[in-house]
Design a protein around this ligand. Sequence first.
Ligand SMILES: N=c1c2ncn([C@@H]3O[C@H](COP(=O)(O)OP(=O)(O)OP(=O)(O)O)[C@@H](O)[C@H]3O)c2ncn1[C@@H]1O[C@H](COP(=O)(O)O)[C@@H](O)[C@H]1O
Length: 106
Amino acid sequence: MSKFSLEQLEAIVAKRAEASPDESWTAKLVAAGQERAAKKLGEEAVETVIAAISQDRQNLTAESADLLYHLLVVLKIAGIPLQDVLDELQRRTGQSGLQEKASRPK
Ligand SMILES: N=c1c2ncn([C@@H]3O[C@H](COP(=O)(O)OP(=O)(O)OP(=O)(O)O)[C@@H](O)[C@H]3O)c2ncn1[C@@H]1O[C@H](COP(=O)(O)O)[C@@H](O)[C@H]1O
């Protein structure tokens, strides 16, 4: 299977947000608004926690996918690009000095 990225999923979410809510779950969530989308994100987070505690690898993988998708929908509604989140994560690696160590030749 070819590599799939969160950036690609973000682009799909942006495109489907413009679709009819009758034919797209993404459009339905966006139309319902941030409160509903954030609630859905919270539900998926709880389901992910339960799968993790149950040590159910298959379910944890599936729930993690739901969680990441719903996070991207919430970010879309908030108008926050995924890149802003990645930039924040990158900034943190800089703070701990790990980024420099990771890119240093062994
Ligand atoms: N990754 C996802 C994805 N993960 C989960 N879901 C949907 O999230 C919904 C919520 O799951 P639940 O089981 O909790 O849903 P539910 O019980 O039907 O919902 P509630 O009654 O609890 O509100 C389901 O309808 C899932 O299909 C997703 N819907 C869409 N995507 C991606 O978004 C793309 C566009 O999808 P559409 O917007 O539907 O065209 C898809 O091709 C996928 O790439």
